[in-house]
Design a protein. Structure first.
Length: 164
């Protein structure tokens, strides 16, 4: 039987120029990657990080985008079946600042900004045939000798002889 996979639509939302470093935002985003939307909202809601409310707002916006686009284009998107496909924090512009230092000098420092992007998608649904798990595809790839790649060891370098 032939498998036909329904086209999976992605819906995204962005929050640009947020006043935090990307490293701190990634701590919150890593908690929700791959989770269902409802579980992701609960996880963020009870997080103690300062960026959690901002990430929650972006996630809610992505969900609203999915709902709006599905109504506009006549798609059948189940909001309860959405999951967080990607959640990334890219680096934005840096604000250069100066702090006074002893003896009339000045120290420069940078205030970092980040762009937060959250993408939600509906779980892929197979309409006909059987589904294959990732473990089965891994076993199939292991049986294929063409799929294996062997790294060759680099030849050893000759050392220069010391003159006496």
């Amino acid at each position: 039987m032939a498998k036909t996979v329904a086209a999976v639509r992605e819906f995204r939302a962005e929050a640009k120029f947020q006043r935090t470093s990307p490293q701190k935002a990634k701590l919150v985003l890593d908690m929700i990657k791959g989770l269902r939307v409802e579980q992701a909202i609960n996880t963020i809601h009870f997080s103690t990080k300062r960026m959690a409310p901002v990430v929650e707002k972006v996630l809610q916006s992505a969900i609203a985008n999915a709902s709006y686009v599905s109504q506009e284009q006549g798609l059948d998107v189940d909001v309860d079946n959405l999951y967080v496909r990607t959640a990334i924090a890219n680096e934005g512009p840096r604000m250069k600042r100066v702090r006074p230092a002893p003896m009339g000098r000045a120290f420069r420092y940078q205030r970092r900004l980040c762009h937060i992007i959250v993408t939600v998608a509906e779980k892929g649904v197979v309409t006909a045939g059987t589904t294959t798990t990732s473990a089965e595809t891994g076993k199939a790839a292991g049986k294929n000798p063409a799929a294996k790649t062997v790294a060759k060891k680099a030849p050893a370098r000759k050392t220069a002889k010391a003159k006496v």
